[in-house]
Write a protein that binds this ligand. Structure first.
Ligand code: KG4
Ligand code: ZN
Length: 343
């Protein structure tokens, strides 16, 4: 089954063609970063306008690159939630029109489930159940995954998402937009021990799997000097961009890992599948790669961020089961299918 996948939930206008949920024939991602960069954040009105201008061309390019005509497509998958409403509506309505005009089925999918599906496109196919670590600009979710569409949330952020914290720290210090990749790069030459930022007090009871980033963000942005350490000679470490980036990144990842390892301990599940833009973080990847007691599966770097291939892959699973969406399907800004449950 050859599926066209369309993703427009945020600031990437993306389309891909994937066969049988595995083989990527094309994967086109047109990023809007240059249009939002000057505002240090995604401007929803600009995002939806750019999607409207680009979607047709991006889909044509995905078909051309796959060497296919629209008539070769068996079904269309599109992100229907969560995301920016105006942006989601562009992809959703395009997908409906494409499917309707060819009389083929279409399915609206959940963007977070697509991120969890991404590693399968590179041949990593873990058995269910496993733990999911969904880390992006809008979400931070630790979950138990029983099937591609069966996810129970164990923990989440009580305030900012982890990617949002990277972006806000980067914005404050002028490191670049979006912040994650810039901080990751700067941190390579920094000393992660230059600042001892605090971990949130969230390690007991019902918050055992939860994370929080507002305290860390405040510490890094407003209270830097309170957390600056001294070296062996008693000199204060430099408040250099590299030292700030490395110390912040270490703490941000340690917060995630503490909650994740609680979930490993309590569920007994030792396979972890990561997804979302922050899954590209080199420090997070190296910390988990170093855990020989765990099997940690990360998508390849080009499938960590938003893309249409993961949408097509996930959509195939539904369509292969005979499930389709009605033409009346609407977009939704929120994650609605995840239930919060304790192990
Ligand atoms: O999944 P994604 O592309 O879009 C959303 O669904 O939000 O994630 C974007 C987020 C941004 O916050 C960005 O700063 C972060 O992923 N990010 C990273 C890295 N690359 C992207 N965060 C940490 N380290 C990275 N290397
Ligand atoms: Zn995403």
């Amino acid at each position: 089954m050859t599926i066209l996948g369309i993703e427009s939930s945020c600031d990437e206008c993306a389309a891909a063609v994937v066969v049988d949920g595995r083989q990527i024939l094309s994967n086109i991602v047109a990023t809007q970063i240059p249009f939002h960069e000057i505002y240090d954040g995604v401007v929803p009105e600009i995002a939806s306008r750019k999607h409207t201008e680009w979607i047709s061309e991006v889909v044509s390019e995905a078909l051309d690159k796959a060497g296919l005509h629209p008539s070769h497509i068996d079904g269309v998958a599109v992100t229907a939630k969560p995301g920016l409403l105006g942006s989601l509506l562009v992809g959703l309505n395009f997908a409906k029109a494409f499917a309707w005009s060819l009389n083929i089925p279409f399915i609206g999918t959940d963007h977070m489930l697509s991120h969890l599906y991404a590693p399968r496109l590179s041949g990593e196919v873990p058995d269910y159940p496993f733990l999911g670590l969904l880390v992006s600009g809008g979400h931070t979710i630790i979950c138990k995954v029983d099937d591609f569409d069966q996810v129970s949330v164990l923990g989440t952020t009580i305030d900012d998402a982890v990617g949002e914290a990277f972006d806000k720290v980067s914005k404050h210090y002028g490191f670049g937009y979006p912040g994650g990749a810039y901080i990751d790069k700067l941190a390579v030459s920094g000393n992660a021990g230059a600042f001892a930022f605090p971990l949130p007090n969230l390690h007991k009871g019902e918050h055992r799997y939860d994370v929080s980033y507002s305290g860390l963000k405040t510490a890094v942005i407003n209270q830097l000097d309170q957390f600056r350490r001294r070296d062996g000679d008693g000199n204060l470490f430099d408040a250099s961009p590299a030292n700030i980036a490395a110390s912040f990144q270490k703490t941000a990842v340690d917060i995630l890992l503490r909650a994740l390892l609680h979930a490993v301990e309590d569920t007994g599940l030792t396979t972890i599948v990561a997804g979302g833009g922050v899954a590209a973080n080199s420090y997070l990847r190296s910390c988990l790669a170093g855990r020989k007691d765990l099997r940690c599966i990360f998508p390849p770097l080009d499938l960590c961020g938003d893309n249409g291939a993961m949408t097509a892959g996930l959509g195939y699973q539904y369509l292969a089961r005979g499930e389709t969406s009605p033409m009346s399907l609407t977009a939704s800004a929120r994650v609605s299918m995840f239930k919060r449950r304790y192990p």
